[in-house]
Design a protein around this ligand. Sequence first.
Ligand code: GCW
Length: 685
Amino acid sequence: PDESGIDGWLRYAPLSPEMASNFTQYTSIIALGNDETSPVLTAAKELQDGLNKILKQRANLSYDLATSTDVADVIVVGTIHNFSHAGGDVGHIPPLKEDGFWLDRSQNNSVQILGQNDRGALYGAFEFLMLLAQGKPCPFGYVSNPSAPIRWINQWDNLDGSIERGYAGPSIFFENMAIQDDLTRVSQYARLMASVRLNGIIVNNVNSHHDLLSPRNLAGLGRVADAMRPWGVHIGVALFFDTPKSLAGLSTSDPLDPDVIAFWDRITAQLYQHVPDLIGYLIKANSEGQPGPLTYGRTLAEGANLFADALKRYGDGVVVYRAFVYNHHLDESDWKNDRANAAVEYFEDMDTQFADNVLIQIKYGPIDFQVREPVSPLFCHLRKTSAIIEFQVTQEYLGQQSHVCYLPPLWRTILDFDLRIDGKPSPVRELLSGERFKWKRSGYAAVVNVGSDSTWLGSHLAMSNLYAYGRYAWNPRSDEVAVIQDWIRLTFSSHPTVVNVVTGISMESWPTYENYSGNLGIQTLCDIVKTCHYGPSPAAMDNNGWGQWTRADAHGIGMDRTVATGTGYSGQYPREVSQIFEKIESTPDNLLLWFHHVPYTHHLKSGKTVIQHFYDAHYEGAANVQTFAPRWEALSGLIDDARFKHVLFRLKYQAGHSLVWRDSINQFYLAKCGIADKHGRVGHH
Ligand code: GCW
C-alpha cells in the first residue's frame, strides 16, 4: 500500500548536499531525563531520527549534562528545571508559560532546547527539526509560548469502528465495540499532534455509547493513554448521559439522584486508575435526541456539575460541556423561530452556576460549521465560565475532503472578530486566551476525524488544515500564507513551483468553495435532509426541522434575524455589533442573507442584485476550480508520483462536481424567481 502520507508534514526529506553542508555536524544529543514515558526522551529520539534523515548525521544519545558543558556541536534537550538542576545557566531565559519553550544556539554551535515542562521540550525539538527540514538554521534566543492552555482534538469515532463525519476509513482507535489491539497509528497520530503542539484529545464520538465505560474498555483507554503520553498528548472521553441507566441498569440518570452520583463517582475513580492524567469529560446532552439534565427536569448546570464533582475528587480533569443544545424539530412557519438563538437562550443565565472545572465548548458559529457564519454570540454571555471554541478540520459542510478548502482564512474571520463586550476591544482570540476575562483554562478544540487511511484525512491537501489548526491554537495571529508555506515545504518540497502552486490553490480554495456552495451568508446549500451534508440541495434548506433555513420563495431570500422585524438574533450581540447587523446598509454583503430577508432584486454594496451575484459567483467559483488541476500538473516530477496522482484525481473530480453545484444552484433560483441571468448562461443547459 502507498504509505506516502503517514508522516504527514514530518517527512524529514533530506536536504541537498549543498544545503546540508551549511549545517553543523552534531556529535551528540543530551537528554535531561531518560524516563520512557517522558516527552523529553521522545524529543531526543525524534532529534536523532530527524538529524539522520534530514542531514544524514548520526548523533549519539546521552543523558549527562555535566560531562559535556561547553562542548561544541551538541544539542541539549530537557526542561528548564532539570537544566538548571544539572548546573546549566538559566538566568537569561525569559519567562515561559505552561508548554512554552526556549530555543537557542551558542557561538560554538551547540543548541539548547528547553521547555517550561517536558512537553515544551518536545515542542522545541520539533520546532528545531521543522526549521531544519526547510533548510533554516536554529535561531538565537527564541521564546515561544502558547496563546491558550487547551489545544485539543475531538474525534467522532464510534466503538464499532465507524466515524461520524469521517472521510478517511475506519477508526484507528476502535473496532468491534472495543479498543484496537494495535495502537501503532494512535502513537503516530500523537506524534503529528505534538509537532503542532496539540496537547489533548477526546478519543470517542460526542454521540457516545455507554459501552465505552465497560471494564474491558476502561483498560483499553488506559492503553490509548499510554500510547499517546510519550508525545505529551493526554486523553479524555465523551460520555453518554444515560450511562447509569443503560450500562448499570439504574432506573434513572437524574444528575441529582444519589445512585447516579455514586455511579459516576465509581466510574471516574476506575477511569483515573487507568488514565491518571485524564484531561476530562466532553458532554453532548439535550442535543439532537441525546438525553441530558433537561430530560430529568434539571438545569444544564446541574448536569455539568455532576461530572465536575466526580472529576474533582480524583484529579484535575475538566468537564467540557457543549453549547450545541437546540430543538431539532423547529417549525419554520413561525418567523420568530430561529435555531441560531438557541445557545444563548439556553446558557445565558447559567454563567455563574457552573462549577469552576466546567468549560463551555462553543462551535464557531451559531448553526453548524457552515461555509460562512458570524461568530457565535454565546461568547458574549460568559464571563465567569470559561470557553473553548470548536472548529472542524473534517470538512463536513466544506466538501468532505473531496473539495480542497484551506480553512485558516475562515478561522480568522472568527478569531479576529471584535465582539465589543462592554464597549471594549474583545477579539475572539483574546477571549479564548483567557486574557479578557482572566480565565485560567480555556482555548481550542477541533473535530478532526482522522481514519486509518494512509493519508489520515482522506486527502493529502486536507492535512494542511490539521497542521494549521495546531499553529492557530498556539498562535491565533499566525499568517495564513506563512503557515501554508511551511506546511508545503515540509510536506512536499521547497521548490518554488511547488510552493507557489499549492499556496495559490490553497488560498483561493475557501472563497472559491463559498462562491459555488453558498454565498452572501446563505449557509452551505447542501443536502441536510438525507443528512449527508454533501452536494448541492438548495431545496433541502427549507421545510426541515433542523432550523437550517434560507426562507427562499418567489420574491426573496434570507433569514430576517433583526430585532426590529425578525427573530431577534442580532440583539444577542453587544450593542456596537448588533447595530451593524441590525441594518441592511451596515451588514457586510458576505453575511447579508444570514441577517436579512431581501428581494432577489436587492442591490448589494457591489452594485449587483442578489440574484445576479448568485449567478456570477457560481460561474466564477466553478470556473476557478477548472484551473486547479492544470495548475497542479506543473508539479509532475517535482513531487513523488503517488501523491501527485492522488491529488490530481481529486482536483479533477472537484472540477466536475463544482459544475454540478453551479448548475443546480443557479437553476434552482432561476426557477424560484424567474429572473434571467443578465449574461444569458443560466437555463440554457
Ligand atoms: O453537525 C452536526 C453533525 C452531527 C454531529 C453534530 C454535533 C456528532 O452533522 O454529525 O454529531 O453536529 O456536533 O454534535
